[in-house]
Design a protein. Sequence first.
Length: 129
Amino acid sequence: TTIRTWDEESKAAVLTRIRGLSREWKLRAVSCAEESDYNRFGIEHGKCIDDALIARLFPGDEKLMLFIKKNDGAKDTGQRPFCGCIPGKDIGSYNTCGHQCIYCYANASPQGAMENRRRHAITSDSIII
């Protein structure tokens, strides 16, 4: 496998294309845990677990609003340095997804994931029985 080091010209070309596609498709482009500022390309720093978005979508959820207020924008300390996510809780289990996406961190072994999927009972409260 060859690792490509991005020069500024190549990076700018890709980011410009992302800006164009996001406008064309009426999507908001955001970065994830990125130190660099891409605002000039219309790409904001993103948050997978976004307190402002959660508050906008679920204003009537008292427990959630109290949690967001209590954390007051604090970031999840267990994440990468430039991650903007608020504290969250994983609810899944590793090696249980049957989609087998090659980039996914959740499955260490396709065979293990498929074995765990076979052990899943749809009526169970747990992913693996």
